[in-house]
Design a protein around this ligand. Sequence first.
Ligand code: PLP
Length: 398
Amino acid sequence: MSVSKKVKEIAPSLTLEITAKAKKMKAEGISVIGFGAGEPDFNTPEYIINSAKKALDIGFTKYTPASGMVELKKAVCEKFEKDNNLKYDPAQIVISSGAKSSLYHAICAIVDDGDEVILPSPYWLTYPELIKLAGGVCIYVQAKKENGYKMTAEQFEKAITNKTKCLILNTPNNPTGAVYTKEEITAIANVAEKHGVYVISDEIYEKLVYDGEAHYSIAECSDYMKEHTIVINGMSKAYAMTGWRIGYLAAPIEIAKAISSMQSHTASNPCSIAQYASVTALTDVEGDKFIGEMQKVFDQRRRLMVDMLKDVEDIVCIQPKGAFYVFVNISKLFGKEFDGIKIEGSLSFADAALKKGIAVIPGVAFGADECIRLSYAISIEDIKEGLTRLISFIKELK
Ligand SMILES: Cc1ncc(COP(=O)(O)O)c(C=O)c1O
């Protein structure tokens, strides 16, 4: 039996590879501080867990409509209106098993074979694989460090050809922590409208912004943009519900309908119990309280990390404004050695750092080999210990 050409091209997740290596070392009794976490280290709040228990007790354990239960779609509409000033009809909402599924559906729904999809780089490592699976072609636009790793409207316009179908925009950004301002988003929206380019806007980290920054959705720019954007969001990051697998999207009605029928064949529907609990997550007053507290803790850790790293020689980290990652440029260390490993890029840096008991994600996974990603979804104690190790590791490089 042989694997199809399409699937053969899919790259294995580097993030998982490093995490597995670190896990193996831990199992062998070696102390490793992992900076790889891609999920909040908070438990799902009690009020959501209780709601899931209730779903089980009342027998809410059957199929739901393919695009999700109506109550959840209504709660999502209320969220969009309250947070993003966007009015949708429940028929424009599709609930899926995680935002990753929503993204794949969105790409499949609008991208034909050979269509170009513009991807600002650094990018979240899943996008290129989903684009390839859908038959699309990735067009990378290198966002500059000097611009806080944000693609400019001019760069976007230069990348557009007659084959361009859509742009994938991710703000707040994984891996860089960048948050696009309203002005930057508006300039990008103007270019999208001028050239008839659709937008898939991944806003999964919208609740995690700092330093007085505000999240702004490109769909808010104009009625035209709302009609040409698929907004992706979900429960994973905001409500510490990564394992529950609930994501959602808002799209023009014909796109939502197409995605719903696709999902009816591939998945039937997302988990009924997780959907039931998500209604409670979104509508109960406890939600905002939980998010506010989590955001404060992340902010404290973010400041600590930046403070510890900002004066370290030969590395540069740009103050992240959102999500829970710090992206660090390590290119000045290339050519140096540690314990027989020559640092030639982010992969060899990550390999060498692991020998010192620190697991970091190599930037090559995100299209930025000159960087590493450090997550602060870990405890203050681990951050302090891990960064102390990292700093002494950097000093030991010869
Ligand atoms: C940028 C981005 N989008 C989407 C997702 C997927 O989230 P979900 O758990 O809802 O599939 C992630 C998860 O890491 C992410 O970082």
